[in-house]
Write a protein that binds this ligand. Structure first.
Ligand code: ATP
Length: 366
């Protein structure tokens, strides 16, 4: 496939599975439902969501490992969802590395080229270039078992990129590594991606990984893309309550909508009166989402501030996770670097732009 493509187009990509069910006969389950997006050359896309949301199904459909049930995949003007995986020629990196244990690092990396009939001298050159890129040339003659987990994953990346694919697909490549190595490899993957300039689609359930690596993040739930956006938008302007919940908006407060105007909204409930942002059209009631780290502890009362009593403090090193209760007994979670103790009465302030109001889905009781 053309490595110099300008756009990969996913058009209503859908995958259904037939499930045999003794009680009800055959049932159809939609694991991926109408994923539509364009991916530009050199772009890094993260598919993010909880287990079972359809991330791997989407990746496997793009790779050609799973046939699509509906919709199409286009690389510029070429329809590719009808092609077998080897004709698409995408590089794949899996969670479990999938290296051949009895082959040296160099042989593992060169395997795909040998299968494609590339001459041994060209293979040697390209393997060297790929191992240079992942900084493993000193280990070319070792067996995978003689390498650390992070090094094995770099071999898998070298093997995926040595074929010079138009697109690199990665399915949770860092989940078998410990926390420190995961951070190091995250930086490595970003560097390799930049140097290579290829489009990458990266599956993860880890928000930090998606936000730090990707140019755009696709947040998925039940097979449906909920939001496709730049990381800072996903983080600070979740499109709906599902994305807000998944991105760590742990405080969800049912409040009445008193007044709306120009994107701002006046909200009232449980003794609080707050100005916030309407994230979707609202009628009489809203579920308000606030991240624990967005509160400030202030000295003077003012707009969007209210008194609370501290009921629990969990020390986390850099900051504390603090449970508080409002005068009306509403419980909130606050992350703060301020020193505080159980029983303290403090004033909390929240900036109006950090109070996000969504239509109330009834999931939180007042
Ligand atoms: P994980 O991170 O756990 O791999 P995921 O988001 O990648 O999750 P998928 O593996 O894409 O999720 O699965 C999406 C849904 O499709 C799940 O409910 C899964 O059980 C279902 N599914 C996947 N493969 C099949 C299959 N071969 N037959 C039936 N259902 C399947």
């Amino acid at each position: 496939m053309n490595s110099n493509f300008s756009e990969l187009r996913l058009d209503r990509l859908t995958r259904r599975f037939g499930l045999a069910n003794k009680a009800q006969g055959a049932q159809v389950f939609t694991a991926l439902d109408g994923l539509t997006m364009n991916i530009r050359r050199g772009e890094f896309i993260a598919l993010l969501g909880p287990s079972g949301c359809g991330k791997s199904t989407a990746l496997n459909c793009i790779a050609g490992l799973l046939p699509v049930s509906d919709g199409g995949i286009w690389l510029d003007d070429t329809r590719i969802d009808i092609l077998p995986p080897e004709k698409r020629g995408f590089g794949m990196v899996f969670q479990n590395y999938a290296l051949f244990p009895h082959m040296s690092v160099a042989k593992n990396v060169g395997f795909g080229l040998a299968m494609r009939g590339v001459s041994s001298s060209e293979t040697a050159q390209r393997v060297k270039r790929a191992l240079d890129l992942v900084q493993l040339n000193a280990h070319a003659d070792k067996l995978p078992g003689q390498l650390s987990g992070g090094q094995q994953q770099r071999v898998a990346i070298a093997r995926a990129i040595v074929i010079e694919p138009p697109l690199v697909l990665m399915d949770e490549p860092l989940s078998n590594l410990d926390a420190k190595l995961r951070l190091e490899m995250r930086a490595e993957i970003r560097r390799i991606h930049k140097e290579l300039g290829r489009a990458t689609i990266y599956v993860t359930h880890d928000q930090d990984e998606a936000l730090s690596l990707a140019d755009r993040v696709v947040v998925m739930k039940d097979g449906v893309a909920q939001q496709i956006d730049a990381p800072h938008k996903i983080y600070s302007e979740p499109a709906n309550l599902h994305v807000a919940r998944f991105m760590g908006y742990r405080n969800l407060l049912p409040m009445a909508v008193r007044q709306t105007g120009n994107g701002t909204v006046r909200l009232e409930g449980s003794g609080l009166l707050l100005t916030g942002r309407a994230m979707q059209p609202l009628d009489g009631s809203a579920l308000v989402a606030i991240r624990p780290e967005e509160f400030d502890i202030v000295a003077e009362p003012g707009d969007n501030s209210f008194p609370v009593r501290i009921t629990n403090v969990e020390y986390c090193g850099h900051d504390n996770i603090v449970d508080v209760s409002t005068l009306a007994g509403m419980k909130l979670i606050v992350r703060t670097t301020a020193r505080c103790q159980v029983g303290d009465n403090v004033l909390l302030h929240i900036a109006p732009g950090k109070v996000l109001a969504y239509p109330d889905d009834g999931s939180v009781s007042p």
